[in-house]
Design a protein around this ligand. Structure first.
Ligand SMILES: Cc1ncc(COP(=O)(O)O)c(C=O)c1O
Length: 340
């Protein structure tokens, strides 16, 4: 049964997915996917410890409990999958749109009968070297298209098992809210930036951060602890998302992102930073340019990114249970974000 929730993603490859549901944020997509699993209260979900803390709100929202899996500097699980604790589901993250090697995850799922959730929030349009679109390789898949295209919101749950489709509620109604003024302003600046090649959006971001720093002591507001436990209010996607997705030029965006990755790889080759991935694999559409650096060296890269109209930030805001004992590489990863 193919059930696209009346709104199919107009992209090749996703036609094999049994069902798609759209949301405002990836967190809501994950929560809905977990609900479709009819988990027992307190069920364990295996999650990489190197993760943005707000994602965990989806796990808490369904009464499940995250169990953390350490990852190495290549962002692959540090221990053999034979040693991973038994959980009801496991999250494999395609960090920054680079395909995670799913073999250990598949071996784990075979051994424990856990459900495989492919978190592809970072990699809309990206595919692995065999050409399989990321997000379509697990039992459930997550997309957060708003991280790839300039959108007010926009995420999706992909359900790849027909048996789970029955448990899925219908597509939520789309939001009836007007587009936020801040989004309209950023979209205007983004268009000016792209057409005139003057980094006006980046300048505005710098100004906003400077004012915020003066007022609060933080250029970027750190996530409050509440974000780790409570989902935001509105799960509905904005209708603008579907309109925008219907007219995207996937090939042009793919090329733009690959070119940016190669440009920064060259430009920063002799600078004391270390790229997270040794190369850009075929079919990878990068979310950005991830690298390890000290704060001082990253400050230089922030300036380089700004001059190209792009943002560069440290990622992620680690979960409360992970942050105090996080290894050095969890605390020194930065990314030039290609969204503009
Ligand atoms: C790896 C990963 N998965 C999922 C999410 C959640 O996506 P969203 O911010 O759309 O809720 C994030 C958010 O940063 C993320 O980094």
């Amino acid at each position: 049964m193919i059930d696209k929730g009346n709104a199919a993603l107009n992209l090749p490859g996703f036609s094999d997915v049994s069902a798609v549901r759209f949301f405002s944020l990836g967190r809501f997509a994950l929560a809905e996917g977990l609900r479709a699993l009819s988990l027992a209260p307190g069920a364990y979900i295996l999650v990489p410890a190197f993760i943005c803390r707000d994602l965990l709100a989806a796990i808490h929202a369904v009464g499940a409990v995250p169990v953390f899996l350490e990852v190495d500097e290549r962002l692959e699980p540090s221990a053999s999958s034979a040693l991973w604790p038994t959980c009801a589901a496991v999250l494999a993250v395609n960090y920054f749109g680079f395909p995670q090697n799913l073999e250990p995850f598949r071996a784990y799922c075979k051994r424990t009968r856990a459900i495989l959730i492919e978190d592809n929030a970072h990699g809309f349009l990206s595919a692995d070297t065999s050409g399989a679109l990321l997000g379509s390789r697990g039992d459930l898949g997550l997309l957060s298209m708003r991280k790839t295209f300039f959108l007010p919101n926009g995420a999706a749950l992909l359900v790849n098992r027909a048996s789970m489709v029955e448990k899925l509620p219908d597509q939520l109604p789309f939001s009836d809210q007007a587009l936020p003024v801040s989004f309209n302003l950023k979209r205007l600046l983004s268009r000016i930036q792209r057409y005139l090649r003057v980094p006006v959006l980046a300048w505005m971001q710098s100004l906003v951060r400077l004012i915020r720093y003066w007022r609060t002591g933080h250029a970027i507001t750190p996530l409050a602890e509440e974000n780790e436990f409570v989902l935001p209010k509105d799960p509905r996607p904005h209708p603008y998302v579907m309109k925008a997705l219907a007219s995207i030029d996937a090939a042009a965006e793919t090329e733009r992102r690959k070119n940016l990755y190669q440009k920064f790889q060259l430009q920063l080759a002799n600078y004391p930073i270390q790229t997270v991935f040794p190369s850009l694999p075929e079919n990878t559409v990068p979310y950005g340019f991830p690298f390890y650096a000290s704060d001082a060296d990253a400050a230089f890269v922030v300036k380089v990114a700004r001059s190209s109209g792009l943002d560069c930030v440290r990622w992620p805001d680690l979960p409360k249970a992970v942050a105090p004992t996080a290894p050095a590489h969890y605390q020194s990863l930065w990314m030039i974000n290609f969204l503009c």
